[in-house]
Design a protein around this ligand. Structure first.
Ligand code: UDP
Length: 313
């Protein structure tokens, strides 16, 4: 029998989780990857399918399921994560955050495995505290279009902490901030794929609102490394993992134009409802408790991402 540790990961064919799978395989772990391909893609994991340490099961974790054998770590990464995706799949998003989290926690409990929830900076809503620290409770509209994601993740955090208190499941919660890199879904509507594809095709760059809203973008390899540091730590979290370098969307559009050498014009479109005006993680906790901080600057990460998009659109 293999002595390798087994990690079961939901949503493993998604953009971010597929990079987590890559890092786990490089680190000598076995993976059981579950995905129902709502927003995940076979192409994100096709390079892993022949690896004997990687097992893929097509499974929706919002319905009950069984897993045979030992599992040492359970990572619940499944969920539509871009605003366009969760507007398209509102019920699925709520169910994977609620029932999905419940099923994954039950599995962790039964297998005596460590459980990690990938939560989100969206739990802070349109934040009134800036930058966001983990002790901020957030400013979320409970019935707006974004609520299907925000409230599902808030529920998922509450459920995770309930299992920790009630059943002593060894849990971790990470709050993921905006992440970008190769394998982002070209059509997921997020700002990074939108701007890069528009620039590469010479189409207008669509700035929503006045373009002065801010975000902080973390390169996917950094993000995945931070999440795994949390998984293998003793820290329950929640811990913010993201890049604290903050840009507004006009600055970001100009950087994409520069790095692609595109002559696309900037055009302004309406701001989506409840779009947060500012977002930047305070990563003091990740720095001090995990010894983690991002290494890849936006220019370097965007250059790699643009190269990937050139090949894949
Ligand atoms: N955005 C934009 N143009 C686009 C797509 C998004 O100006 O074509 C803005 C959006 O309004 C938001 C920011 O970029 O303020 C980041 O949006 P994204 O959908 O990437 O993720 P969010 O951080 O809102 O979840």
């Amino acid at each position: 029998m293999s002595a390798k540790k087994v990690v079961l990961i939901s949503g493993g064919a998604g953009f971010l989780a597929s990079h987590i799978c890559d890092q786990l395989i490089s680190g000598g772990y076995k993976i059981i990857c579950l995905d129902n391909f709502i927003t995940g893609k076979n192409a994100n994991i096709s390079h892993l399918l022949r690896n004997k340490d990687f097992v893929f099961v097509r499974q929706n974790v919002s319905v009950p399921f069984k897993v045979a054998g030992k599992v040492d770590y359970v990572m619940h990464c499944a969920s539509p994560a871009s605003p366009v995706d969760y507007y398209s799949y509102p019920i699925e998003t709520m169910l994977v955050g609620s029932n999905g989290t419940y099923h994954m926690l039950e599995l962790a409990k039964a297998k005596k495995a460590v459980f990690l929830l990938t939560s989100t900076s969206e739990v802070y809503g349109d934040p009134k505290v800036h930058p966001q620290t983990e002790d901020y409770w957030g400013n979320v509209n409970p019935i707006g279009p974004r609520s299907v994601y925000d409230e599902a993740k808030r529920y998922a955090e509450a459920m995770t902490f309930a299992y920790r208190r009630e059943f002593k499941v060894d849990t971790r919660v990470v709050r993921i901030f905006n992440t970008y890199g190769p394998r982002m879904n070209v059509n997921d509507g997020r700002v990074v794929p939108n701007f890069i594809c528009q620039a590469l095709k010479g189409r207008p760059i669509t700035l929503y609102g006045d373009g002065k809203q801010t975000r902080s973008f973390c390169y996917v390899a950094d993000e995945a490394a931070g999440i795994l540091k949390l998984l293998f730590s003793r820290e329950p979290g929640p811990v913010n993992i993201g890049n604290p370098r903050e840009f507004n969307m006009i600055e970001f559009a100009k950087l994409v134009l520069e790095l692609t050498g595109s002559k696309s014009k900037l055009v302004y479109k309406p701001l989506p409802e409840d779009d947060p005006k500012q977002r930047r993680p305070d990563i003091t906790l990740a720095r001090t408790k995990l010894g983690w901080e991002p290494k890849i600057e936006l220019r370097e990460g965007l250059t790699k991402t643009i190269a990937w998009f050139r090949e894949n659109i």
